[in-house]
Design a protein around this ligand. Structure first.
Ligand SMILES: [Fe+2]
Length: 578
């Protein structure tokens, strides 16, 4: 039984394939078309998923689409009556969306009659919840989707039992924690889609001295939250997101009203310097998010009496807030889907159809994130040959795994910046040791070097540590696994000066716990680094430079040559500049 999940005409377009209840492949369209957060129709992603399983479109039994235009129809109609422009935008998206069967047959040059698949609509947040619960190792768990907006809601919660999910409640548009964060992110002068991360990083530099004001911007009675709508515009104009545009990074219209500068001072323009006030505003934004988010989780824990919680939705990427769940709520176990944003909907919708439509039992756990394309030895070699490296003064050597790890680790220990390209590409926005740039965490100057030479990011943004899973408790205040880099924990005070480069200004690190089972090659690299230095940690940042993470060997080579990376491991090959 083959189920194709498709997130189309929405940010982070993606596809996933579930065969007999097992995820076989999952990938974002941006990795192929090289447009960050690409919306549109994910034909390359679908093509890859089919190829990975050796299937053609006519072998697909079910197509799961994470959107239900009929969800909250009453609320939508009420809005449409008040706001014709809103209705027009929705209608455009709806036309695109209902054309998914046609888009599929067109993209694959297949006659509609050959497409035997049944199509299923799965509501946005139900798909988010399914992506977290059905990938988690938990038989029973509380579930929360904390998000921006999808199918006219921003949050949904409930409980999962085996193959069943019960929905307990939701919060409808315009009230949204995700849109709250986005609006204040814009007010702070970060205007691009996805810039919320930057402000989360900035928050650690400030004090939440505006917290009282932020309690008026998001009100909460401890069980539900509501936006102080005078501070926003999206409820009047509709969120102006250019979702439906193919091959374009989504863009956003202005979402905050004049009440925000009236109460908090002038909005920052993107080119203006970041001052203490901006840092304090970011800290206040984050502090209020944590109050509300952790409050919702505490209530959910009380309501469900469960020990484990599964999270998805864009807000579930807030690793700083996630890192506090274990100490601030009764939950003892947390699973965050690695593609917690809308890419993950493709997996969630497909698994929802398997369990809830077809009634099949659980048999799958997503304990690693390597669901994207891999390239054979021959393909890697061919890419290297085409790049003519030997003539450019590069040294290339093929090494067996142990030796490769040892040599690569010693280069890192000597201060080299290493590109590390292995196996299948990661699912979700984090590089987790298959498309990573690795550096020495012990060097305080490494952050600045990486930024100057390769990443060109704002200096206040932290880099992340990858740590041997078994050593996490020795280096961090929490040892609960964080295999997908979705939790930030405090680094133990006595260890902070040992790994200054990936320790953030507030003493935390957004760690990836690396187990031997999940990624033996990457584990071996970190192990070798530990044997040479006594430190079971490397700095890990995504293999890219202001572009989607590299996918194929050619892109890795291109990034390596274009930036000032010192060495590159491409499969079994070690390439160094001589
Ligand atoms: Fe979403």
């Amino acid at each position: 039984m083959n189920i194709l999940g498709i997130n189309a005409y929405h940010g982070n377009a993606s596809a996933a394939l579930v065969c007999d209840g097992q995820l076989v492949a999952a990938v974002e369209e941006e990795r192929f078309n090289r447009v960050k957060y690409a919306a549109g129709f994910p034909s390359a992603a679908i093509r890859y998923c089919l190829k990975e399983a050796g299937l053609s479109l006519s072998d697909i039994d079910h197509v799961a689409v994470p959107r239900n235009p009929f969800a909250r129809l009453g609320t939508k109609i009420a809005y449409a009556v008040r706001m014709p422009s809103f209705a027009r935008e929705r209608a455009k998206v709806l036309v695109k969306f209902t054309g998914i069967p046609e888009a599929l047959t067109q993209a694959f040059d297949t006659a509609p009659a050959q497409l035997k698949a049944r199509f299923h609509r799965v509501e946005h947040h139900v798909a988010h919840l399914a992506s977290a619960f059905y990938c988690s190792p938990f038989e029973n768990a509380a579930l929360l989707s904390a998000d921006g907006l999808g199918d006219f809601a921003s949050s949904m919660w409930g409980a999962g039992f085996g193959p069943h999910m019960n929905i307990h409640g939701s919060i409808a548009f315009p009230h949204s924690l995700g849109l709250y964060y986005t609006a204040v992110t814009q007010y702070l002068g970060f205007l691009k889609f996805g810039d919320e991360y930057k402000v989360m990083g900035l928050a650690a530099y400030g004090q939440p001295e505006f917290l009282d004001s932020f309690r008026r911007i998001v009100k909460s009675n401890g069980t539900r939250f509501a936006l102080g709508l005078e501070y926003f515009t999206h409820h009047r104009t509709g969120p102006e997101m250019s979702w439906a545009e193919a091959d374009k990074t989504p863009s956003l219209g202005k979402m905050f009203s004049n009440a925000l500068p009236r109460d908090l001072g002038p909005a920052r323009l993107p080119e203006e310097p970041l001052e203490a006030r901006h840092r304090n505003l970011a800290a206040s934004l984050q502090a209020r998010l944590e109050e509300v988010y952790l409050g919702m989780l505490r209530r959910l824990a009380g309501e469900t009496r469960m020990k484990a919680v599964c999270l998805a939705g864009g807000v579930a990427f807030n690793c700083v807030a996630n890192g506090k769940i274990l100490s601030a709520t009764p939950f003892e176990k947390v699973y965050v889907h690695p593609a917690a944003g809308d890419a993950g909907l493709a997996v969630g919708a497909a698994l929802y159809v398997w369990h809830r439509v077809l009634g099949r039992p659980r048999s799958f756990v997503m304990d690693h994130a390597y669901w994207g394309p891999a390239y054979s030895k021959e393909e890697v070699r061919a890419a290297v040959n085409r790049a003519n490296l030997e003539q450019g003064g590069f040294h290339i050597v093929e090494l067996a795994e142990e030796e490769l790890a040892r040599k690569a680790a010693s280069l890192v220990a000597e201060g080299s910046i290493l590109g590390w390209f292995q196996g299948r590409a990661e699912w979700g926005p984090r590089a987790l040791g298959n498309r990573s740039i690795v550096a020495d965490p012990r060097r305080p100057e490494m952050k600045e070097i990486l930024n100057r030479r390769i990443k060109h990011r704002e200096i206040f943004r932290p880099f992340a540590p990858s740590i041997l899973a078994e050593a996490a408790g020795e280096w961090f205040e929490e040892s609960h696994p964080s295999p997908f880099m979705t939790m930030a924990y405090a680094v133990k005070p006595e260890k902070r000066e040992k790994i200054p480069a990936p320790t953030h200004v507030d003493g935390t690190g957004r760690l990836q716990t690396v187990s031997h089972d999940a990624n033996p090659r990457y584990w071996r690299l970190i192990k070798a680094f530990e044997q040479q230095t006594g430190v079971p940690v490397v700095l890990n940042t995504s293999f890219n430079d202001n572009e989607p993470i590299v996918c194929k060997p050619e892109e890795a080579l291109d990034c390596f040559l274009r930036t000032q990376m010192d060495a590159l491991v491409l499969g079994d090959l070690l390439i160094t500049r001589s």
